[in-house]
Design a protein around this ligand. Structure first.
Ligand code: ADP
Ligand code: MG
Length: 675
């Protein structure tokens, strides 16, 4: 930004403004009306008005504190201006006879009408009034509204504001032109609907929000299309292994699982990389669908990688994949950070030589020393817990030219419309029903002082041959404190239940130790498992029928839902007891109410969206996505859907405009998606 002082550049940078065009999109948060001057004698006490006055005199007083008092008059009516903070230069401005335009709240004091710290300006006698409302911009220390306004004016006057939307789209959606909308927002006429402007519901705002959403959709769709142009092994759906797996399972796939699998099978047979997200609530049975998809790669003699964000989850996947695939003569190896060097070396060699067809593991899978002979399918579970780079790294693990197909999985069941838009760079399959035979989990809210009742229930459940989880209070701020809390809880629980075998699992355990604890619980050697939220994802012990969550009020909806999903996995009736510390905050109360009243993950996600907004709900994904500054995904859903539809059309019919639109809104920021 040439021609601007370095200090100003630094201030603008703080506001995220790095180019002239950024100033065009630095939109006002509110407006002031300086288009009218009210005669002082007509102005009402208590209102904010603009008046024009002649200075009668001024003085600095020191009692009761240092202040500048200015006396001024408008056609005989007098007004006192009072300034508590002021510069010597200001004192000099108020010479008798000077003419000032003043804006402020009119008050009455012992000495008549006054304004405290009004905004004022010295004017000539016949100085014209502004013809538009005065914008007030978000700003930063040291950058005045006057200076910022001047910069914005210059930007709006010099930047190219041509339209990147074809007239047909403007007409179809009843949107104003880009230039006109931007100018309107920076300088609305005096009769503008200020309330709609400030609430950002005004048609001019609608245009800006649409543009922003469209840019996001365009960028994601464009990268989706780009990836389609690459080559992947066409993995024909032969089915001989799949049939064997199906015959060996003690259940049949639900219609929802079959539908999702059919979508995967079609994708895998194509000569370009699949890029699909498999969404399904906790326990909806995504893993078996992923295993079935893996078989299609293996039937074609291609390898499969399965990556999960935590060791516990990876371990569970490994156990399942090995149990399902080993009987079919397929070698599955295990790769994780905590593993012995020798075991890791062996697994690496088996993968590299192509002897092992499946690798299951954590981040360890994407370490530089791991490579596959013929990787055909990369599966990433809980994909939102990985960064964009990590997700992509797994796809680059093949030593051959072709790219592997990609399957992402997520148990954050976001509403379909949001999924379509938020994951516009992916195809989405949804498993929307749970396998049959599950008994819904009964949820109970119990205040912490009634701990004795909870203890009685836990004992009853465990003595009767069942098992239970006891989830420690969540300490988000500190890992050390979290560990302390977990150890303390474990001690208390052991003393409370001397008759039960109690296990403890937390994030700081070594992976070998963690696996040991989980295995003991799975086999029934321990009846009660004290755990931190590390058990949130993936743990699958059907015999566990009771979960107690301490300080449930500290947890988010998604987390509570995921935790609760650890029970209700077998035939017996299950319960989840949410203990809370009274008195609850309003937010905590409404969270607990939602989790108490609803079992369906999609419904809970919808409420979560309402309460917290999509940014937090989708978590890490946000880091890979151009952030929305203006549009609000919860409030502007209709606009979002229109943006999605039109993004497709523009890419097909008006690629040049589409490119110009992305350039304007994202500049270089959509680069990451090119990967
Ligand atoms: P998710 O990963 O979606 O949370 P899982 O794949 O772990 O769910 O499945 C949860 C449990 O349900 C597992 O024990 C799994 O074997 C079982 N399961 C999966 N599909 C079915 C089905 N169609 N019928 C019965 N049980 C199933
Ligand atoms: Mg799972």
């Amino acid at each position: 930004m040439s021609g601007i002082a370095a200090a100003t550049v630094a201030q603008l940078d703080k506001l995220g403004i790095r180019a002239w065009f950024d100033l065009v999109l630095h939109l006002p948060s509110r407006y002031e009306d300086e288009t009218r001057i009210v005669a002082l004698r007509d102005a009402r006490i208590g209102t904010t008005v603009q008046v024009e006055l002649d200075v009668l005199g001024s003085e600095v007083r020191y009692r009761p504190r240092r202040q500048l008092i200015v006396q001024a008059a408008d056609h005989g009516a007098e007004l006192t201006l009072r300034f508590l903070n002021f510069y010597p230069s200001q004192v000099k401005q108020f010479v008798p006879g000077a003419r000032i335009r003043v804006m402020g709240e009119l008050r009455s004091s012992m000495f008549g009408a006054e304004m405290v710290h009004p905004r004022y300006r010295l004017v000539r006698a016949d100085e014209p009034l502004p013809e538009t409302l005065t914008p007030v911009y978000p700003t930063t220390q040291g950058l005045s509204q006057v200076a910022l306004r001047a910069l914005v004016n210059r930007a709006v006057g010099t930047c190219e504001l041509h339209d990147t939307l074809p007239a047909s789209v403007l007409n179809a959606l009843d949107l104003g032109g880009f230039g006109a909308s931007v100018r309107y927002l920076h300088a609305p006429p005096p009769d503008a609907d200020v309330r709609a402007l400030e609430a950002r519901t005004h048609p001019a705002w609608r245009r800006i929000k649409f543009d922003e959403l469209l840019a996001q959709q365009l960028s994601m769709r464009a990268s989706y299309r780009r990836r389609r142009q690459r080559g992947a092994p066409a993995l024909a759906a032969r089915g001989h292994l799949l049939r064997k797996l199906m015959a060996s399972l003690p259940f049949v796939l639900t219609p929802a699982q079959q539908r999702a699998l059919a979508e995967l099978r079609t994708d895998l047979a194509r000569p370009y990389p699949m890029q699909r997200l498999l969404q399904g609530d906790v326990g909806s049975g995504k893993t078996v669908v992923a295993a079935a998809a893996a078989l299609q790669a293996i039937e074609n003699d291609f390898q499969v990688a399965v990556m999960a964000p935590t060791e516990i989850l990876a371990e569970q996947h490994y156990a399942k994949f090995a149990a399902w695939l080993a009987p079919l003569g397929i070698e599955v190896v295990w790769l994780t950070g905590g593993q012995r060097k020798k075991a890791r070396e062996a697994a690496r060699a088996r993968l590299q030589s192509g002897a092992a067809m499946v690798a299951v593991g954590t981040h360890a899978l994407i370490q530089h020393d791991v490579s596959f002979q013929r990787l055909g399918l990369a599966i990433v579970d809980e994909q939102h817990r990985f960064g964009v780079r990590e997700r992509l790294a797994l796809g680059q693990k093949s030593t051959q030219e072709l790219e592997p197909h990609r399957l992402m999985m997520s148990a954050t069941p976001i509403p379909r419309t949001l999924a379509m838009s938020f994951y516009a760079d992916l195809d989405v399959s949804v498993i929307d029903t749970l396998p049959p035979g599950r008994t819904p989990v009964a949820t109970k809210l119990v205040a912490a002082p009634r701990r004795d009742e909870v203890i009685a229930r836990v004992r009853a459940a465990c003595v009767g041959g069942g098992q239970a989880y006891w989830v420690c209070p969540l300490i988000e701020e500190s890992e050390t404190l979290q560990l302390k809390t977990a150890l303390a809880t474990y001690e208390t629980i052991r003393q409370t239940f001397p008759d039960l075998a109690v296990g403890l699992v937390h994030g700081r355990l070594s992976s070998a130790h963690k696996a040991e604890v989980m295995a003991a619980f799975k086999q029934g050697a321990t009846q009660l498992l004290v755990a931190t939220t590390v058990i949130e994802v993936g743990v699958d012990v059907p015999n566990a029928t009771l979960m107690v969550i301490e300080n449930a009020e500290r947890m988010g909806l998604a987390q509570l839902h995921q935790l609760r999903g650890r029970v209700g996995r077998g035939r017996d009736a299950s319960a989840c007891i949410l203990m809370y510390e009274p008195a609850l905050s309003d937010a905590a109360r409404s969270r607990l109410k939602v989790i108490f009243e609803h079992g369906d993950g999609f419904e809970i996600a919808r409420r979560d969206l309402e309460q917290r907004g999509p940014g937090e709900l989708l978590g890490a994904r946000q880091s890979g996505i151009p952030m929305l500054r203006f549009a609000d995904l919860a409030a502007d859903v209709a606009l979002l859907e229109q943006a999605r539809t039109h993004a497709q059309r523009l890419l097909d019919l008006e690629p040049k405009l589409a490119r110009a639109h992305m350039e304007r809104w994202l500049g270089s920021r959509h680069d990451y998606l090119k990967a």
